[in-house]
Design a protein around this ligand. Structure first.
Ligand code: SAH
Length: 219
């Protein structure tokens, strides 16, 4: 285990406390809880904040972005894992790479797009360091998806567009799901959209708060 910040803050006990809290907050999927226990979240944030890595809070990463709160990651990951295990998942908004790593523990292939090149590079180094061979990431505009690798079984966005980007449904398999926060900085709803043979079905999963999904790439 990589532990650049000392034993105490990354100890089994600290992680178990987080898992207990997630259980209390109604996270039920045992494989999701196992993945959260196993992935060293402190590796995905600045050393100065590493002592808070196993608190159930969002934390700042560089470029004004945030690593999502573990509860939100757990909730979204539960929504990704349906009765049939998805084979290929696309994430929009790599950020620190933490959500992708959790997915990397659970599904065969993860693709992740980030618009800020520096964050993509940092995340890629983390994936290599931790040995995730099933995660690929690139710098790009998530609104475009990852056409060369489509179709996916799931598309998950960890940044919020103002409206549902229906064009991305073209990159989903029939029966596949898109899970994303939708709204502005004041109010967002977590939405799951299932692609059907004709049209789609939509569910609301509750109120959330994410940074906005912005167009264009930052190099
Ligand atoms: N999944 C991340 C959360 C990162 S916050 C984690 O686990 O740490 C959301 C990220 O989405 C930010 O890094 C932001 O730069 C990125 N983002 C915003 N708009 C985007 C877009 N159009 N395409 C790709 N990434 C985008």
């Amino acid at each position: 285990m990589i532990s650049p910040t000392g034993i105490g803050m990354t100890s089994e006990r600290t992680r178990l406390r987080l898992i207990e809290r997630l259980r209390q907050q109604n996270i039920k999927n045992e494989s999701v809880l196992d993945a959260i226990f196993d992935v060293p979240r402190h590796v995905f944030i600045d050393e100065a904040l590493a002592h808070r890595a196993y608190e159930d809070t969002a934390l700042p990463i560089s470029h004004g972005q945030t690593i999502s709160q573990p509860w939100v990651v757990a909730k979204m990951t539960e929504a990704v894992l349906s009765e049939i295990l998805p084979e290929k998942v696309l994430e929009l908004g790599t950020g620190s790479g933490y959500q992708a790593a959790i997915l990397g523990q659970l599904v065969p292939r993860v693709f992740s797009v980030e618009r800020i090149d520096l964050l993509t590079k940092q995340a890629r180094r983390r994936f290599i360091k931790l040995g995730y061979r099933n995660i690929r990431c690139k710098t790009g505009d998530g609104f475009q998806g990852w056409a060369n690798e489509a179709p996916f079984d799931v598309i998950i966005a960890t940044a919020a567009p103002k409206e549902i980007p229906f064009a991305l449904l073209d990159q989903l398999n029939v029966g596949g799901k898109m899970i994303l926060p939708v709204g502005d900085t004041k109010k967002q709803e977590l939405v799951a959209i299932e692609k059907q043979h004709e049209g789609y079905q939509q569910h609301q999963l509750g109120e959330v708060y994410f940074v906005p999904l912005l167009e264009g790439v930052v190099r």
